[in-house]
Ligand binder design. Structure first.
Ligand code: D41
Length: 678
């Protein structure tokens, strides 16, 4: 009997997809629909029906994927192939003229430089990866180096092409990484909050928070219901794209079907860019989405390349920010905080006030001179401003509100925490507590050390750190690694389980990259990015500690002040002792120069004899990290025997079986040169 086989509706599905892609583009990118919404919905319904019946024909590129995919359990992080740098800021015309001067000086030219000016969307930067014309990966900017994989969420955004358009048969590149800003417009934001309210859910303070919350949904079906949009502003890594300017890049992106902000202007001199900033500022209140400034970019890609970047941002771009939103409130008190480096920072305690959607209760006062200059007194009514993510600050005192009962502030002569004399060095605006053992400093150093970007010790939060320091259980970061159940259980509100979890988290943190370790030390002027640069440049602590300031300063991305600070840090015996104690506790540093990951994939090692520079456990951890395995006895399957001093019977067996024998020195060499073992 012959079975009846349904003819697969391949061409029908393909046609529907093609039509839906086209009408999606006409609606969301061109803003010029050809068919009614109900016609679109009907086609989509038909497609979804067919894909349900024939699951083998489903495809990640299908327009139906915009409704969301099955939920994830966690987000996976992913590395950007080219770091997504930040933008430097300009706050007035003069900053912009200085930027232009710097560029001319760097390029050693007096020729006019041409710029593009684009509205700076107040959303979240993302990267979209297209392989052979299809969207395969999308991620958040994250820390610039690594972001979270949010592919399914991005697919739900209607203005993101799932497949690249190829008008007039333009060739699709094998690889195209597109960068853009995801945001929620005003109308969508209003509707979303009405909806949240109606469903008894929290409302979002502002469109940016709403966009961030929507992108970070594990369930993309929720994201699909959020009114997210995107404007693309640049290209990351790519193949096959020939362009000479940023403007050309944008035109190519437009052809591929990306939404490009219509207010972008190119071919501007610096004066023209300032004019453009003014025009965009005037339009700001009428735009259907939030912008917080104008990004000015050198147009020529060749000049961009010549200018390069610092560790933080490209030298060829700057964000000219709009003046921040301001409110008035009462300054109730001025507290003095002691930071990680001993710097005393006066902080204004304010009567709570909502500024652009955020509840503000504190503002930084920077330093004593700033308070004097602005004539700020306790009890004053002050104008407070908040700009983007920046800590709120006081703009000025409202003189007319003074009653005469205001109190003048003076910096304490002694540290408010440890009582040590406060020192303010010549040419420095900050006063410092010079006692490096000051509990406030130790606490801040510990918090920094355990923070996410450093040793990332879960559970070692502010409250715990305060107790550990106050009870003198930890006087330095190294003490963290000598905590045990007994010490932890003696603390207030510490149960058996919490203590166990903390010990576990500490153990977990003991394998750490060189850059995180450097960052965790909290050396003045060494941030995350600089720590990464140092870890790439220097093999290990010995090498880093032996360098002179001039040598360190010669490294791209490191300035003279940081170089001096790094040099001084390693000249202090106390610091070297802390590093040694940390390493002695069993912390394994994975050096950048050691491209271990996968280098020992599938290889079996046996360790024998007495090792001199490593503990057996360290060697084991490194091998396992690199994908290898450590076994206790030599067999034919053993690839390598690491032989220390006075090796015995295992060495004999290895020789008889023809197993390759290496000593510690060779093991280290293999790691450092990242030679793949054959
Ligand atoms: O509209 C924006 N928010 C925007 C952000 C833009 N129009 N251009 C940008 N260009 C860059 C460089 C020059 C570094 C490629 C950016 C950003 N960066 C950016 N967004 C978030 C961090 C950096």
């Amino acid at each position: 009997m012959q079975k009846h086989i349904d003819k697969l509706p391949v061409s029908k599905i393909e046609l529907l997809r093609k039509k839906l892609h086209k009408h999606n583009y006409l609606y969301y990118i061109k803003d010029d629909p050809e068919i009614s919404d109900s016609e679109y919905d009907r086609m989509m319904k038909e497609l979804i029906g067919l894909e349900k019946t024939y699951p083998d024909l489903s495809s990640p590129d299908s327009p139906s994927m915009r409704v969301g995919a099955p939920p994830l359990s966690t987000f996976v992080t992913t590395e950007h192939s080219i770091p997504m740098l930040s933008l430097d800021n300009a706050f007035d015309d003069n900053d912009l003229l200085e930027f232009d001067k710097r560029i001319k000086k760097n390029l050693n030219t007096s020729d006019e430089i041409l710029y593009t000016a684009e509205p700076k969307l107040d959303g979240l930067a993302v990267e979209l990866v297209y392989e052979n014309g299809s969207l395969t990966k999308a991620s958040t900017r994250g820390d610039g180096t690594k972001g979270e994989l949010i592919t399914e969420n991005i697919r739900t955004i209607r203005s993101v092409p799932l497949i690249l358009q190829t008008p007039n048969g333009i060739k699709t590149p094998d690889l195209l990484e597109v960068r853009g800003e995801v945001f929620i417009g005003h109308a969508g934001f209003k509707k979303l909050n009405q909806n949240q309210l109606a469903n008894n859910l929290n409302i979002f303070a502002n469109p940016r928070n709403a966009a961030a919350g929507s992108l970070r949904q594990l369930n993309s079906k929720i994201t699909a219901k959020r009114p997210l949009g995107i404007f693309s502003y640049g290209i990351g890594k790519t193949t096959d794209i020939l362009a000479e300017s940023h403007w050309e890049y944008l035109c190519i992106l437009k052809k591929f079907g990306f939404r490009i902000n219509p207010l972008i202007k190119s071919g501007l001199t610096i004066k023209g860019a300032i004019e453009c900033y003014k025009k965009i500022s005037e339009k700001r209140d009428f735009l259907p989405y939030d912008i917080d400034g104008v990004v000015i970019k050198v147009d020529s890609l060749k000049l961009q390349q010549l200018l390069g970047a610092t560790s933080r941002s490209p030298r060829w771009a700057i964000a000219y920010k709009f003046a921040a939103v301001q409110e008035t409130t009462k300054l109730i008190n001025i507290e003095v905080q002691v930071g990680r480096t001993g710097a005393l920072t006066p902080v204004a305690i304010l009567a709570p006030v909502n500024i652009a959607g955020v509840n503000v209760t504190r503002a930084t006062l920077h330093n004593e001179d700033e308070i004097k200059r602005k004539d700020i007194k306790t009890g004053d009514t002050v104008l407070v401003q908040r700009a983007g993510d920046v800590i709120p600050e006081i703009v000025k005192v409202i003189d007319s509100m003074r009653t005469g009962n205001e109190k003048t502030f003076s910096m304490p002569a002694k540290c408010p925490v440890c009582g040590t004399e406060v020192v303010r060095e010549k040419n420095e605006a900050v006063a410092r507590c010079v006692n490096t053992n000051c509990p406030a400093q130790v606490k801040e150093r510990l918090k920094h050390f355990a923070s996410k970007a450093a040793f990332d010790i879960e559970g070692l939060g502010d409250k715990l750190v305060e107790q550990l320091v106050e009870k003198k259980i930890c006087t330095s970061c190294a003490d963290i690694f000598y905590l045990n159940m007994e010490k932890l259980k003696a603390l207030d509100r510490m149960g058996e389980l919490s203590a166990k979890n903390i010990i576990k988290a500490i153990e977990k943190s003991k394998k750490i990259s060189f850059s995180r370790f450097i960052y965790g030390l909290g050396i003045r002027h060494v941030g995350e990015n600089m720590a990464k640069i140092l870890a790439k440049k220097y093999k290990n602590f010995d090498e880093l500690a032996s360098r002179h300031p001039e040598e360190i300063e010669a490294v791209e991305g490191i300035g003279p002040v940081a170089a001096e600070s790094i040099f001084n840090y390693f000249r202090q015996d106390k610091n070297l002792k802390i590093i040694n104690r940390i390493i002695e506790s069993g912390v394994t540093v994975v050096y950048d120069s050691i491209k271990t990951k996968g280098a020992f994939e599938g290889k079996t090692f046996v360790i024998t004899g007495t090792l001199e520079t490593w503990t057996r456990n360290q060697v084991k951890k490194i091998i396992e990290f690199a994908g290898g395995h450590v076994s206790s006895s030599v067999s034919r399957k053993t690839n390598y025997l690491i032989a220390g001093k006075s090796a015995g019977s295992k060495l004999v067996s290895a020789k008889t079986l023809g197993v390759k024998i290496i000593n510690e020195e060779i093991f280290q060499k293999i790691l450092e040169t990242s030679t793949e073992l054959e």
